[in-house]
Design a protein around this ligand. Structure first.
Ligand SMILES: [Zn+2]
Length: 261
């Protein structure tokens, strides 16, 4: 009798687990699509379907956006790179099966955007029409540890880099992004006082207002920068002072940057 009850409890447990797994899978899809309307505006998809026949490099891909873009706009190729596909277990399936119903070539590679050798092997000399960086820019930290600015008591403990936050080097990173594409599209959540849960060693940690200001100072004038959200405007030396008040009000921003002709 008790065996049966145990069995029953086990089945219930198992079903609950399955349900929560299902919820987690579903959440990956809804999370991935929630910022699509902003990103579509940054692609300017409304003007003559700018994406048709184009190529996109999706840095830090969630695998869902490439499929969505392929179905809706028919770009010719979308390559997604990520350092860890373990939270996207449908990656291989999606790559394979999408061939049955989209003409777009969708490829995913386990590769860091910061790993030159691997990136060259994967992407080669290709230049893309668009480089999409959604919720990933704050992971592209390559400098020295700046965690002391957040916590004066911080010490860089060897082997426990989870505590560190590396400096974001805007000049190098944007140069690198423009090496791969003509228009760079950035979507970033902005919670400077919250902990970044997907921080990998010292890489990650939401941008501070100061880091954003520095980044936009660098971009304004050097590149054509179009804000999409929270409000559309072109960023230049004159409009640069709008950044501060924007960052006080919103928790996400979306913009594109292009090389000036
Ligand atoms: Zn440190």
């Amino acid at each position: 009798m008790s065996g049966k009850t145990d069995e029953h409890a086990e089945t219930e447990e198992c079903e609950k687990e399955k349900e929560s797994e299902c919820e987690a899978d579903w959440k990956i899809w809804t999370d991935a699509l929630e910022e699509m309307s902003e990103i579509e505006d940054a692609f300017e998809v409304d003007s003559e379907n700018k994406l048709h026949g184009k190529t996109i490099l999706d840095v830090g891909t969630d695998c869902v956006k490439p499929l969505y873009l392929a179905l809706k706009y028919e770009p010719v190729r979308v390559i997604g790179i990520n350092e860890d596909f373990s939270i996207y277990p449908f990656e291989a399936d999606l790559k394979q099966k999408s061939r049955l119903f989209v003409d777009t070539e969708i490829e995913f590679y386990d590769c860091s955007f910061l790993d030159d050798t691997k990136l060259e092997r994967t992407v080669g000399e290709q230049s893309f029409d668009f480089v999409l960086v959604s919720k990933t820019l704050h992971h592209l930290r390559t400098g020295e540890c700046v965690a002391e600015e957040h916590d004066p008591k911080h010490t860089c403990r060897r082997g426990d880099e989870k505590c560190c936050i590396y400096k974001f080097e805007e000049k190098e990173i944007f140069e690198r992004l423009f090496r791969y594409g003509k228009r760079v599209i950035i979507y970033e959540a902005f919670y400077p006082h919250e902990e970044d849960n997907d921080k990998v060693r010292g890489r990650g940690g939401y941008f501070t207002r100061e880091e954003w200001k520095q980044t936009f100072e660098h971009l304004a004038g050097k590149y054509k920068v179009g804000f999409v959200r929270p409000e559309p405007f072109l960023l230049d030396k004159e409009t640069l002072d709008r950044i501060d008040s924007i960052l006080r009000k919103v928790d996400y921003i979306c913009f594109y940057a292009e090389k000036q002709l």
